[in-house]
Design a protein. Structure first.
Length: 150
């Protein structure tokens, strides 16, 4: 297989998966950021800070803030003070109900897809993805070290 074919197919699969989650969010009447906030809170099974959400989701603070404001305005979550300036995001009862109808079924379908794979395939999928990411990060360092000229 040549790189061009691999790159095209890999990117197509990535975009197809991204589109699936976008469609799920829309199906549930949620913005992508609101969906991912609910999904991450449900997967974590504990309150998180905005910073933690940004790290888990690799989304900007502004994107997370927008989703938080939407959900908070709908009474789906609330904030509580933690150590320092940290504020923890908690699901309200209405938020927990929304999670049961949205994020929980998505996590369940992901689990079913995972269980549909043989154990060796499960391990290989993670190992290969991790290896590719580590190689990309290593190669990207060369780009980051070069000063950009205008």
């Amino acid at each position: 297989m040549d790189f061009s074919y691999f790159n095209e197919e890999y990117n197509r699969l990535y975009k197809e998966e991204d589109n699936l989650y976008h469609r799920l969010a829309r199906h549930f009447g949620l913005s992508d950021s609101a969906f991912w906030i609910l999904y991450t809170l449900e997967a974590a099974q504990k309150p998180l800070t905005q910073t933690e959400l940004c790290e888990y989701l690799s989304l900007s603070k502004q994107t997370i803030h927008s989703g938080l404001k939407q959900l908070e305005g709908e009474g789906r979550l609330c904030l509580s003070s933690g150590p320092g300036r940290n504020k923890y995001i908690h699901l309200t009862e209405a938020g927990q109900d929304l999670v049961r109808r949205t994020a929980r079924p998505v996590l369940e379908l992901e689990e079913q897809a995972f269980l549909g794979m043989e154990e060796q395939a499960q391990d290989s999928l993670l190992a290969l993805h991790r290896q590719r990411l580590e190689l990309l990060l290593r190669q990207a360092e060369r780009i980051f070290q070069n000063v950009q000229e205008e």
